[in-house]
Design a protein around this ligand. Structure first.
Ligand code: GLU
Length: 309
């Protein structure tokens, strides 16, 4: 067979592998199924629920209590961070653990948290119109976003990086992107940085990073850019086909998004994060999720209780 055709076929197989990995994970335990690399439900920590906790000054908390459950916005296609099992509908990952830790801190039982998937571009609107009580999904804290929403945290420090096909040796950093197509999510800080700081690159935007990765595997784009945390997860799914290259070239402090006017909730979540970092829950959560991508737990960044304004 023609070499180019063989290479294309190989990549198509990789796309399929990527797409059905989650389904295969659901079949784990059956003979011949591949090893599952994601977080294992039985190894996830349990968080002590703050019984009798009250936060009456927070309209978001009051509304959730009256409703009987919290609604938390997350991602569903980011391995080790926020991933939804298509078979069971269950969400797993470091961001999901942070969300659960915080719901326990706020006095909600594990069964009273509903996760809903919200893409990067829709986060501010979802928080503004009350669609979610808070949001945990690789959400970078910055001044522009602080004009629209509030942020507890940061609870993790990521950095922008690049994902390329394993056989690509030409792209090793953002300086190599001139004339190259680079895919990212609409409404994300990595996309904005490429547009602003690397004007010779050719940005392509989709709603989610998993669509970008499909496009990378099928040769439609030359690279995918976003946080290192997210890209390492995709590379781990098809390590023969994809690799993360170069050092990170930004700081992406992850925060918990809250409605902008609800400073009481924001500061309560800051307290909750600090307590979880102190009592070991944060590290346990990291080790059981994001830590599986191969990096030992770092020190979490200091919490920033910025003044209301
Ligand atoms: N952390 C970046 C951001 O908040 C990229 C990841 C994402 O889109 O969620 O825009």
């Amino acid at each position: 067979m023609h070499r180019a055709t063989t290479a294309l076929l190989r990549r198509l197989v990789a796309v399929l592998t990527f797409a059905v990995l989650a389904l295969l994970a659901a079949a784990c335990g059956k003979e011949g199924s591949p090893p599952v690399k994601g977080p294992q439900p039985d190894q996830l920590p349990q968080y002590r629920v703050n019984e009798g906790y009250e936060l009456p000054q927070s309209p978001t908390w009051r509304k959730a209590k009256a409703r009987g459950h919290l609604v938390v916005g997350v991602k569903e296609d980011q391995p080790f961070l926020g991933e939804k099992d298509p078979a069971t509908g269950a969400y797993t990952g470091f961001d999901i653990e942070i969300a659960k830790m915080m719901s326990a801190y706020l006095g909600f039982e594990p069964g009273t948290v509903d996760f809903t998937t919200i893409a990067s571009a829709n986060r501010e609107t979802a928080l503004q119109n009350g669609q979610v009580d808070y949001y945990v999904g690789t959400y970078t804290i910055n001044d522009l976003r602080k004009k629209q929403v509030g942020f507890a945290g940061p609870y993790y420090m990521a950095g922008q990086s690049l994902l390329v096909r394993a056989d690509n040796n030409d792209i090793n950093g953002p300086g190599d992107l001139a004339g190259r197509t680079v895919c990212s999510a609409a409404g994300s800080t990595p996309l904005q940085r490429i547009e602003k700081d690397y004007p010779e690159a050719e940005p392509v935007a989709y709603d989610t990073y998993s669509i970008c990765v499909d496009n990378l595997l099928t040769l439609q784009v030359d690279a995918v850019t976003t946080d290192d945390t997210i890209l390492l997860g995709y590379a781990a799914k098809v390590p023969d086909e994809l690799k993360v290259v170069g050092p990170t070239f930004s700081d992406e402090p992850y925060g918990i998004g809250v409605p902008r006017s609800d400073n009481t909730l924001r500061l309560a979540l800051d307290d909750g994060l600090e307590a979880s970092e102190r009592n070991g829950d944060w590290k346990k959560a990291y080790d059981a999720t994001l830590g599986l991508s191969g990096h030992p737990a770092p020190e979490p960044p200091p919490i920033d209780r910025y003044p209301a304004g």
